[in-house]
Design a protein around this ligand. Structure first.
Ligand code: OFO
Length: 165
């Protein structure tokens, strides 16, 4: 049985994962409108991944005697300025998510809930991959800058990067 404190913290993480999905969906739309299909595909896939992260938490909370809540989400922005800025935001967002997961893990120890501690290890491992992936893509786009030819090749190559883990 989840403690009230942990149930609340897990529900907060459910909202964060849902918001992450919305942010990446908005990035996908922006990239698609700019004509970068590869980047858009990468972001659509990433958005789906975040929904999966959210659902995994939802099922866990309900399974452990809690009640997963679906909350109101803040709307992500529509325009990301440049691809460099957009990928910087993706990276920063993943760091924010990692910090939030770490905080959750800390609460499981305070509450002596070792089952939830164990469950969250999947997210700890996932964040290592998500951060590494975001860093790799950001490094590439920073090398390219605003070079149109480079962006064209990047758009083609980014489709080969596997978001799934
Ligand atoms: Fe991108 O890992 Fe969930 O939020």
């Amino acid at each position: 049985m989840l403690s009230k404190k942990l149930e609340k913290a897990l529900n907060n993480q459910i909202r964060i994962e849902a918001e992450s999905s919305q942010v990446y969906l908005s990035m996908a739309c922006w990239a698609e409108v700019q004509g970068l299909e590869g980047v858009a595909g990468f972001m659509y896939e990433h958005s789906d991944e975040e929904r999966m992260h959210m659902l995994k938490l939802v099922k866990y909370v309900n399974e452990r005697g809690g009640h997963a809540t679906v909350s109101e989400l803040s709307a992500p922005k529509k325009d990301f300025g440049t691809f460099q800025k957009m990928f910087q935001e993706l990276y920063d967002h993943e760091i924010f998510v990692s910090n939030s997961i770490n905080e959750l893990v800390h609460i499981t120890l305070e509450e002596k809930d070792y089952a939830t501690h164990n469950f969250l290890q999947w997210y700890v491992a996932e964040q290592i991959e998500e951060e590494a992936l975001a860093r790799t893509v950001l490094d590439k786009i920073n090398l390219i800058g605003n070079d149109k030819g480079g962006l064209y090749l990047f758009d083609r190559d980014v489709q080969l990067i596997n978001v799934e883990s």
